[in-house]
Design a protein around this ligand. Structure first.
Ligand code: HEC
Ligand code: HEC
Ligand code: HEC
Length: 359
């Protein structure tokens, strides 16, 4: 390629160019990186929420890119103002006549607006059109459930501010909400008893080797959330009733992983890192969660499980054909407050009182 005289000259004048080249390359790279950081900003910047005394590791850090980004489902929310008279005019008389028992006495124009909203929130365009349809039957219970959440569990769903829940909190425009759950344990066919509920990577074990039956134990069957006795050489036998074992401990940790992931926080959002066991050394959010656990137990046992025979078969669980159930993530979807604290009830007073408040 190169002229012969150059190759001859090059051979008789050997020079090591690697040293200077590496130096120039490294310096150039550093300048380039610095320019990137200055113009685009630090990509891994975090902000921490302090939850306890300084220097004790009591903080919940979050990447700014996540913290400052809006929950993408907020944009799809249809609020009362978004509903035009044209949309209301399209609601059929049959649907208008089909008022859920929990809203009996609601003025027709108000109900028409709510129905347009409920159709968009659940993504079911003909909701309430046919009284015989199973979706209509389910929706009757759902309205009652939402009223009960907003009235009976106001201490949870309006703990910081007026937030509350409506159908969109869980459904987000889908007939089947995301992050529902079914019973799946035992998950390990080659083992029996305790060993069979763990060591399988499942959604319910939060992709760990911890047990996969924490949600059913604690958010359906009212089992006590607690770890084994913290003293050594206690005179209790693990097989005695009421004695907490290390199995209970693992299940508790499985649930706590689920809770943290549901809210997008770490453990010290609620606990003091020096004493996870002590309910007296906790943050205010611990109490909100505690109330949340009682609320979820009620939602599952009083509203969702009894709907089992109303759903078609394809809606039931893959292992036990059980009814779909809710838990923290069904509402929270990875955020501290569902929809980042968007007010879901201000425009819909009929969803905030059992019976809708029409007497
Ligand atoms: C706490 C969460 C939650 C809230 C709030 C909620 N739902 Fe549901 N909904 C569920 C769950 C869980 C299911 C069961 C999913 C399935 O059908 O597979 C469900 C199912 C349904 C179904 C049946 C869908 C189908 O095709 O199987 C309808 C209809 C429905 N909901 C309507 C409503 C309406 C209307 C509201 C508001 C008044 C509402 N829901 C509020 C959790 C919720
Ligand atoms: C949103 C708040 C919250 C978060 C986040 C949280 N916890 Fe908990 N934790 C609680 C509450 C409330 C209880 C008590 C539940 C009950 O007894 O009904 C509890 C109970 C426990 C217990 C049992 C204590 C006992 O009485 O024996 C342990 C252990 C525990 N949590 C560990 C953790 C760990 C580890 C994490 C992080 C992976 C975590 N928690 C995240 C609220 C939280
Ligand atoms: C029916 C929907 C729903 C379910 C189910 C639910 N939550 Fe909530 N939760 C809310 C709403 C709405 C708020 C916002 C309240 C506010 O900010 O005023 C909230 C707030 C919280 C807060 C306070 C957050 C803060 O920033 O102070 C905690 C902690 C919490 N929930 C934990 C849980 C846990 C743990 C579970 C499951 C055991 C759970 N929630 C289940 C709707 C729900």
């Amino acid at each position: 390629m190169l002229p012969k005289w150059f190759n001859d000259w090059n051979k008789s004048n050997p020079t090591n160019i690697f040293g200077p080249a590496i130096l120039v390359g490294a310096a150039g790279g550093a300048v380039f990186l610095a320019a990137l950081l200055i113009t685009w900003g630090q990509p891994y910047a975090t902000e921490s929420m302090q939850t306890g005394p300084r220097g004790t590791g009591m903080s919940v850090p979050e990447f700014n890119v996540d913290r400052l980004a809006a929950d993408p489902t907020i944009a799809g929310y249809v609020a009362a103002d978004d509903i035009t008279d044209d949309m209301i005019a399209e609601v059929s008389d049959a649907a208008l006549a089909n008022v859920p028992p929990a809203l009996e006495g609601m003025p027709e124009d108000e109900y028409a607006r709510l129905l347009v909203a409920m159709r968009s929130w659940t993504g079911i365009p003909d909701l309430m059109e046919d009284p015989e349809n199973y979706q209509t039957q389910v929706a009757y219970s759902m309205v009652e459930m939402v009223q009960n959440i907003n009235e009976g569990w106001i201490g949870h769903v309006q703990y910081n501010a007026e937030v509350g829940v409506n159908c969109y909190t869980c459904h987000r425009g889908q007939a089947v909400p995301s992050d529902i759950w079914f019973r799946i344990a035992p998950v390990n066919e080659v083992a029996e008893g305790w060993a069979a509920v763990q060591n399988r990577v499942t959604v319910q074990s939060q992709f760990t080797s911890l047990p996969s039956d924490a949600l059913e134990a604690y958010l359906l069957n009212y089992e006590q959330i607690a770890v084994h006795n913290l003293d050594s050489r206690v005179a209790e036998n693990p097989s005695d009733p009421g004695v907490r074992t290390w199995q209970d401990t693992e299940r508790t940790y499985s649930l706590m992983n689920y809770v943290s992931n549901s809210l997008g926080v770490n453990c010290v959002f609620c606990h003091n890192s020096r004493a996870f066991y002590d309910g007296a050394q906790v943050t205010p959010q611990w109490a909100t969660e505690s109330l949340g656990i009682s609320m979820v137990l009620e939602l599952n046992n009083d509203y969702l499980v009894p709907l089992r025979d109303t759903y078609p078969e394809n809606r039931l669980g893959p292992v036990y054909a059980d009814a779909p159930k809710a838990a923290c993530k069904t509402c929270h979807k990875g955020y501290q407050q569902p929809l980042q604290g968007l007010n879901m009830v201000a425009d819909w007073p009929s969803l905030t009182l059992v019976g809708g408040g029409f007497d």
